[in-house]
Design a protein around this ligand. Structure first.
Ligand code: F6P
Length: 320
């Protein structure tokens, strides 16, 4: 192996740059050349490659987004498109690829491995929804951003004695909502993985105001329903003033947290070492704080298990 490629795919996530940096510096340390592939799998097929030096990745560890740019490219599910991608890699003398991205990116990494280009996937998405890993690059930063925003929302909620329903990202996964909900002191956390009782939530919020609380907060995962639909439903059971808020794409931006920088660095370094050992078709994950690998194929049947005990903690702190 002489030259490796690296790309970021799907929704960007804070910490992706830290991972690119770690891959580049580790590979160069081992005498390898590194090619950055721009715009994810779309750029791979188009041959949009840029050589990366150690200096190119200086001053990137603290930057949000991905300086290699990203794209959603469902076309890469087609075999003829995958073959074009593999041809581009061969043409540019690239022997192996590291893919940083969410679920869809793993299909691409596996396809390349099957076409003879060893590829390793790193979990890069704010959603924390990938099977067999407790952590994805960007999750911690997105939680911090959402928490900071909710702290501000609480100020205005309190001033007006209002309830806020704050919709956070996560696609079908409730991990961001659970962690941010607890960190923000939410009265209720609503996620797709658990049933909820909207009458009970309305009762809790009403009781809060009756007991002298000056605001109410519901953290709602986007996979459940829109904040506005939830508000309308909630108001059928409560006579308080309520507003819906969608945090949206701001959750994907900003400088990565310490955890995201460090974990992305460890994962990037680990991925290069896997390729040096001749391994491919693997997904890097984390369990109890330790890095691990799983066959990418296993991920397709697996289910991400979040820390649902956080919901129990919140529930047990709610007045009946
Ligand atoms: O996967 C990351 C994510 O930000 C999800 O939380 C969200 O549902 C989706 O991407 C938004 O996608 P887009 O950037 O295409 O609007």
């Amino acid at each position: 192996m002489k030259r490796i490629g690296i790309l970021t795919s799907g929704g960007d996530a804070p910490g992706m740059n830290a991972a690119i940096r770690a891959v580049t510096k580790t590979a160069i340390h081992h005498g390898l050349e590194v090619m950055g592939i721009r715009y994810g799998f779309a750029g791979l097929v188009a041959g949009d490659f840029v050589p990366l030096t150690a200096e190119d990745v200086d001053h990137t560890i603290n930057q949000g987004g991905t300086f290699l740019y990203s794209a959603r490219y469902p076309e890469f599910a087609q075999e003829n498109v995958q073959k074009k991608g593999a041809e581009q890699l061969r043409k540019h003398g690239i022997d192996a690829v590291i893919v940083i991205g969410g679920d869809g990116s793993y299909h691409g990494a596996l396809a390349l491995t099957r076409l003879g280009i060893n590829s390793v996937g790193l979990p890069g998405t704010i959603d924390n929804d990938i099977p067999y890993t407790e952590y994805t690059i960007g999750y911690d930063s997105a939680c911090r951003t959402a928490m900071d925003a909710i702290d501000k929302i609480r100020d205005t909620a309190s001033s007006h004695h209002r309830v806020f329903i704050v919709n956070v990202m996560g696609r079908e996964c409730g991990d961001i909502a659970m962690r941010v909900g607890v960190a923000s002191g939410a009265d209720a956390i609503v996620v797709p993985e658990r049933d909820y009782d909207i009458k009970k939530i309305a009762k809790t919020l009403k009781q809060g105001f009756a007991d002298g609380k000056d605001h109410g907060l519901v953290v709602l995962a986007e996979g459940v329903m829109s904040a506005d639909d939830f508000r309308k439903e909630l108001l059928k059971y409560g006579d308080f003033d309520a507003r819906a808020n969608v945090l949206g794409h701001m959750q994907r931006g900003g400088s990565p947290t310490v955890a995201d920088r460090v974990n992305a660095t460890k994962m990037g370094n680990y991925a290069v070492n896997l390729l040096l050992d001749g391994k491919g078709g693997l997904a890097v994950g984390m369990e109890n704080g330790k890095l691990n690998t799983h066959d990418i194929l296993d991920l397709f049947d697996g289910k991400h298990e979040g820390d649902y005990s956080l919901l129990d903690v919140n529930e047990e702190m709610t007045k009946d």
